[in-house]
Design a binder for this molecule. Structure first.
Ligand code: PHE
Length: 344
């Protein structure tokens, strides 16, 4: 009996001071298992008389029960501790700032291009493209600028050889489209793309820039159609209140030719530095397709008329977003580009 109680005291102490679940389980196996000291003490039962044996059996069962309970209790405590420790170590601080995933944005020139495409596709136009390396024939001759024509000086050119050049405008795409149509209208296209001129780069000039050409060829096309179309363009790009005005101008490939101004979106026409205090901003060149161009490109000018316009995308973007230096478009500076996020 003493032995039993001694075992119990010793076991309870060990259980109480036990620090982890593995040791606790070892204690359970040792004290309550078949090879433990309890079992060994039971062996002495065979030398006892009936009453002693009953008493011994009772006490040993009590001891077992007590130990089982103590172990279970301790197990709960240890398990809870393990859980708490895990919760502590796995705690997530939701107040920490998140990791931002860098997101690309659409280049402002592409954005203007997409806006134009959307507008003109909505009016039934399709999009045409042409090569950036052109022949002199397409870039100049078919645009009514024969060799030696003084207006060639308006477009300083990068020549690759005597015949090949970097296109100075998107107008040669007009010629490609018309020739493909083989004298049959209607044609309604816009031709956005890169263009090149031997300009000295400064805040408003870049040797590489973008244009979007527009060409409509059909029967009964007049200057009024051009005006209506460009009015829609002005309103879509610069706001509903915009008005446009035509000033006479000269391009060899259009006759008559006009320079198109829009009422200043910055000051609503009152006068500001953006419009040089005139209330108007020069935005693009346009005109009725020169009959000679129609003819060279396979259309009968007695039957067909057309209008054409050429929009400078940098100029539109600079005016629309208030950009003061054309170099920003080509410097790949993320501080600039990040201002044109997808969300906006
Ligand atoms: N191609 C002309 C330029 O680059 C612009 C233009 C296009 C003018 C179409 C009239 C008609 O200067």
């Amino acid at each position: 009996m003493d032995e039993l109680l001694k075992i119990k005291e010793e076991a309870l102490l060990k259980i109480d001071t036990c620090q982890d679940l593995k040791t606790l389980n070892d204690l359970r196996v040792f004290y309550l298992g078949k090879k433990g000291p309890m079992q060994a003490a039971m062996k002495s039962m065979k030398d006892m008389d009936q009453a002693q044996r009953v008493e011994f059996g009772k006490v040993s069962n009590q001891v077992k029960q007590e130990l089982t309970m103590a172990i279970d209790e301790k197990k709960n405590i240890l398990e809870e501790e393990v859980l708490n420790q895990r919760l502590r170590s796995e705690k997530i601080d939701i107040t920490l700032p998140g990791t931002t995933i860098p997101e690309g944005s659409i280049h402002p020139l592409n954005r203007i291009k997409e806006e134009l495409e959307e507008l003109f596709i909505g009016m039934g136009y399709s999009i045409a493209e042409g090569p950036e390396v052109e022949t002199d024939h397409f870039n100049f001759e078919l645009m009514n600028l024969p060799q030696g024509h003084p207006a060639r000086d308006m477009q300083d050119t990068f020549y690759i050889n005597e015949n090949l050049l970097m296109r100075t405008h998107t107008s040669p795409v007009q010629a490609h489209v018309m020739l493909e149509a083989q004298g049959k209208g209607p044609i309604k296209v816009i031709c956005p793309g890169k263009t090149y001129r031997r300009d000295d780069d400064d805040t408003t000039h870049s040797h590489q820039f973008m244009q979007c050409e527009g060409l409509v060829v059909d029967k009964n096309i007049t200057l009024a159609d051009l005006k209506g179309t460009l009015e829609l363009f002005a309103k879509k790009m610069f706001g509903e209140k915009r008005e446009i005005r035509f000033r006479p101008s000269y391009f060899p490939f259009t006759e008559p030719s006009v320079e198109v101004d829009i009422s200043c979106h910055n000051c609503e026409g009152k006068g500001c530095p953006m419009c040089k205090y005139t209330g108007w901003i020069e935005i693009l060149g346009a005109g009725m397709v020169n009959p000679h161009v129609l003819e060279m490109c396979g259309f009968d000018p007695e039957v067909y008329q057309g209008f054409a316009f050429g929009i400078g995308l940098e100029r539109v973007a600079m005016l629309k977003y208030g950009i003061d230096n054309i170099r920003h478009f080509y410097s790949d500076d993320l501080r600039f580009l990040n201002q044109f996020t997808r969300k906006e």
